[in-house]
Design a protein around this ligand. Sequence first.
Ligand code: ADE
Length: 235
Amino acid sequence: MRIDIITVVPDLLEGPFSHSILKRAEEKGLAKVRIHNIRDYSSGKQKQVDDYAFGGGAGMVMMIEPIAKCIEALKSERDYDEVIYMTPDGETFNQPMANELSLKGNIIILCGHYKGVDERIRQKWITREISIGDYVLSGGELAAAVVADAIIRLLPGVLNDETSALTDSFQDGLLAPPVYTRPAEYDGMKVPDILLSGHQSKIDSWRFEASVRRTKERRPDLLEGNEFQGDLKFE
Ligand code: ADE
């Protein structure tokens, strides 16, 4: 999979992709992330990428030309499945979207800045608009890093333990159960006995029930209309 991220602040994106799982995905050849500086596509000495909004008002608007040139240059090199624009007024990102996007081949992600991009960019080039939540960031870069991380960790071979992405919160519509490691007792706080029992099927049932209970307590909205609403054995 290849993800091309278009931004006016490439430095903001260097960190997330040069560490840990995302770095390993790149080294293993499973995911390629390339960052493109919009300024490199701006004509003129000033390398201008934004301008005043028609109609007045505070805040600058990202100009069409440098973004269009960058997108067209990328598209001339390969086909893209999606051209995504990160924006607070997009569709709210969630695990099913991450799953779906992880099946794509090539994706472009455009990061907005200032007051956003000229609307005509959205009309002509953008195939999908994504928000990572109902709050406004100073730009789309951190949001793009969130989306890219959520996608890349799902690619087969990226995580060491192949099953671990499948047991994440949200993958089965439930939050993940609590987890523990050694020591079995710390300052009087004990790990639930069942997890030390070695009885795998009982452990699996305990985890499932703990997931349902946690989801009921914290995110009852996730349980609406599904079959886990009944009483819990371990309550
Ligand atoms: N850009 C600014 N805020 C954002 C958000 N919440 N999601 C995606 N992109 C953004």
